[in-house]
Design a binder for this molecule. Sequence first.
Ligand code: SAM
Length: 223
Amino acid sequence: MHTYRDTYKHKGLRNQLVALLKVKGITDPDVLKAISELPRHFFLPDDFESHAYEDKAFPIGEDQTISQPYTVAYQTELLDIKPGNKVLEIGTGSGYQAAVLLMCGARVFSIERHKKLSDRAVRTLKNALPADLLSGLSLFIGDGTRGLKDKAPYDRIIVTAGAPSVPKALLAQLVIGGILVIPVGEKVQRMVRITKVSEKDIKTELFDDFNFVPLVGENGWKV
Ligand code: SAM
C-alpha cells in the first residue's frame, strides 16, 4: 500500500531539484512551477521514495521507467503549451509527465500500452492532483504509435518513448501550427520538434540526445 504524504522535507527537496533544472538550462516558469509543486515521490514505488527528487529515471514496473525530471522539463518546454491546448501524450507510464502538462494548463489525452501502468497512474494522479485539474485528463490503453484518431486533432503531441522514426499517423493528427516533440533513434535518441506548417509542410528542429525506453508498436519498434 502506497502512502501519499507530502511533507516540508519533500518540498525542500523539490526546491533543490528546481534549482538544478535551472542550472541545466530550463527556463519556462510554468514548467518549473509544476515541478516545484508536484509530489514526484507519489509516482514512484515506495522503495525509491528517498530518491524521488534526484534528477534520475527510475523503474516503475513492466520494464518501464518514470523519465528523469530534466527530460520531462525539456520536452514540456519544447512543446510550448498555451492554456487550453489539447495535448496527446504517448506513454503514460507513471502519469508524472501528464500531471506536469495538466499543471501547465493543457487538456491531456494520454495513451499507454501496459494496462497495469495505466491503472496505477489513475490511482497516483487521483492522490497527486485536485479534481478540477484531473477533469482535464483522459487516459487510454493501446498502441499510441497510431495516435488516438477518435479524439484528434491535437495542438500538441508528446512521445515519451524512443521511436525508430516519426510516425506519419501522429503528424496527421496535429492541427496546422501544431507541435510534435519526439525522441528518435536506436541506441541514443535525438529530441526532435516538428511544427506542422501546413497540410503538406513541416518544420523540423533537432535538439539534444537522450536515452528512452523503446516505443513499441505498429509504427514503432517491433516486440
Ligand atoms: N511519461 C511517462 C512518465 O511520466 O512516467 C514516461 C514513461 S516511459 C519513459 C515510456 C512509456 O511509454 C512506457 O510506460 C511504455 O510502456 C510506453 N510505451 C511504449 N510504447 C508505447 C506505445 N506504442 N503506445 C503507448 N505507450 C507506449
